[in-house]
Design a protein around this ligand. Structure first.
Ligand code: BV8
Ligand code: ZN
Length: 250
């Protein structure tokens, strides 16, 4: 019995503009820690003590050490089947937008060309100087923590969006625009608790468009979407690709 109803498969084959919103659950099968749930990052660390501007200004070294540990974990990680199928979807659907809350850049490693990174990236650093020297990609091991800006000597901070901080405006605007224009919306591997990202499915839901959730657990969205698959992202997406390519009867 297929996870994917035949009628929905036909709608997907006829779809013009697809949007995929991903969360940490998509990277779980790559060995990258999620935030909530068993073994999640927030089990060991209070987010308000590590993922806020106040936490950083209060103890920049501790915050940097936490982010460095995550950078190291991610640097060893390889994209998994979920990332690969999502990269494949970019070429399958005539219009496709990937919106991610993830900061690990595994989507890019799997070949996704333009993920909208709502919460920034572990590989970006930003000068806290006033005025700031800007933000840039930094992929090497940061030795002396907290690192200093090579231009002005001010502290560098991780280029991620912390609680209480606004999302990058243009990235958010593009994500909202894609959600408003899509005719199918996938929500994959997110607890759908963090706003404003968690609000993105509202528009396609209000327009009666198919909203498909893939998650190993129930979320606040599960009872409201067209289809909520209780499955690992890699498995469900691999079976979807096979069905859309016609390898298996739907
Ligand atoms: C904003 C940093 C306004 C980067 C993150 C009180 C104080 C301050 C703010 C607020 C407040 N109350 C509410 C808010 C708003 C707040 C918010 O939503 N809080 C929630 C918790 C209530 N939002 C904000 O603060 C945002 N900014 O509102 O600013 C503003 C506006 C303009 C100008 C100024 C200010 C900022 C939000 C971004 C916060 N930064 N992280 C980092 O360190 O990584 S959030 C953090 O949670 C991560 O970034 C992550 O992206 C995000 C969401 O988590 P998920 O990705 O969903 O991961 P999670 O572990 O939760 O879930 C994984 C799921 O996968 C689970 O459901 C699991 O079942 C599933 N799963 C597991 N394995 C698999 C699987 N599914 C499929 N397959 C598997 N194999
Ligand atoms: Zn600087």
């Amino acid at each position: 019995m297929s996870l994917w109803p035949r009628k929905l498969l036909q709608e997907l084959r006829d779809c013009h503009k697809a949007v995929v919103l991903t969360g940490a659950g998509v990277s779980a099968e790559s060995g990258v820690s999620t935030f909530r749930g068993a073994g999640g990052l927030w089990e060991k660390v209070d987010p308000m003590k590590m993922a806020t501007p106040e936490a950083f200004s209060g103890n920049p070294k501790a915050v940097w050490e936490w982010y460095e540990a995550r950078r190291r974990q991610v640097a060893e990680a390889a994209p998994n089947r979920a990332h690969e199928v999502i990269a494949w979807m970019e070429g399958y659907f005539p219009g496709f937008t990937l919106v991610t809350q993830n900061v690990d850049r595994l989507h890019q490693k799997a070949g996704s060309r333009w993920p909208l990174e709502l919460h920034g990236s572990l590989w970006m650093v930003r000068c806290t100087g006033n005025p700031s020297c800007g933000e840039w990609e930094d992929r090497h091991e940061l030795v002396n923590l907290p690192p200093q800006c090579p231009q002005c000597g001010a502290l560098l901070r991780p280029g991620v969006v912390w609680f209480g901080e606004g999302l990058p405006q243009q990235t958010w605007d593009e994500a909202e625009e894609a959600a408003r224009a899509c005719d199918v919306f996938f929500v994959i591997g997110t607890s759908a608790l963090v706003y404003p990202a968690a609000a993105l499915p509202e528009d396609p839901l209000s327009r009666g468009k198919p909203v498909i959730e893939i998650n190993t657990e129930e979320t606040p969205l599960s009872g409201r979407v067209t289809l909520s698959l209780r499955s690992k992202a890699g498995e469900a997406l691999e079976s979807l690709r096979e069905l859309l390519l016609g390898n298996k009867p739907g």
